[in-house]
Ligand binder design. Structure first.
Ligand SMILES: N[C@@H](CCC(=O)N[C@@H](CS)C(=O)NCC(=O)O)C(=O)O
Length: 251
């Protein structure tokens, strides 16, 4: 199998696909793209949409972390990404959908908002990336890309404040899925690989790390993906964090 993954450094669904490929033992090559510019390149590679992760398998194009998990499972059924039992499978599929549609985006918005306030941590997020130019130059010239990403992702003050207020219930949902055995069970599944990188990316923010680390969601991260590149010193306004802190304190 000739497999190439197109991704962006620090992309959580991109990380999810790398975890999935490794779990299946499928060797792959990776092309790292600049955020925003990635949209043009992915389109020029004739993928149907503009986002990463995008995967070419023997010339075939598959895009989107959930489409990719299914295609990898079809091509290489072992170890399986979904339980054989239909009810358990439905629960994993719903958890994977939740990870993709509900959890991914607020984390993306919070990060791009933070980079717009302070771009210096960007270097730590690019560790290990091969962008084709020295990381220092990439980081120094990132301002227009950050501004564009803030717009693309609607990472406004208002939205990020709302994201933080809602994050407590998203974390509770992850803990509940773990308690139900849908996540972090004996066999890791597609939802574990979808959700752990979003939590791991959130934990690169020092503001959020201690609020996730000690709970079951933090255990999932430790098991599935102990580390994702990046470290962001405190940046989020304390007043915006307070509802999350209150939710964590009462959970
Ligand atoms: N829900 C999609 C998310 C795809 C997505 O939005 N990817 C982001 C990176 S995390 C992207 O390509 N953004 C383009 C950009 O940053 O300009 C999936 O899981 O595949």
């Amino acid at each position: 199998m000739n497999v190439r993954l197109y991704t962006i450094p620090g992309s959580h669904p991109g990380e999810a696909v790398q975890l999935m490929l490794r779990h299946k033992g499928i060797p792959f090559k990776r092309t790292d793209l600049f955020p925003a510019i990635s949209r043009v390149i992915v389109r020029s590679l004739r993928f149907p949409g503009p986002t990463v992760p995008a995967l070419k398998i023997d010339g075939e194009r598959i895009q989107g972390s959930r489409e990719i998990s299914r295609e990898l499972d079809r091509l290489q059924p072992k170890p399986p990404f979904f339980p054989a039992d239909p009810d358990k499978r439905a629960a994993v599929e719903e958890a994977e959908r939740f990870g993709d549609e509900d959890l991914q985006h607020p984390i993306r918005q919070i990060l791009w908002w933070a980079f717009q306030k302070d771009s210096s941590p960007l270097r730590s997020y690019s560790e290990g990336a091969k962008l084709g130019i020295p990381i220092g130059i990439a980081v120094r010239t990132a301002a227009p890309i950050i501004a564009l990403e803030k717009r693309i992702n609607a990472a406004s003050d208002e939205n990020v404040r709302a994201d933080l207020a809602a994050l407590g219930s998203l974390l509770q949902r992850v803990d509940d899925l773990i308690a139900a055995g849908t996540l972090n069970g004996e066999e890791l599944n597609a939802a574990d690989f979808q959700i752990a990188p979003s939590l791991s990316l959130a934990m690169t923010l020092q503001d959020l790390r201690p609020l996730i680390d000690a709970r079951p969601a933090g255990q999932l991260v430790k098991r599935v993906q102990p580390q994702i590149a990046g470290d962001f010193p405190p940046i989020l306004p304390p007043a915006w964090l307070q509802p999350l802190r209150d939710a964590v304190a009462t959970s």
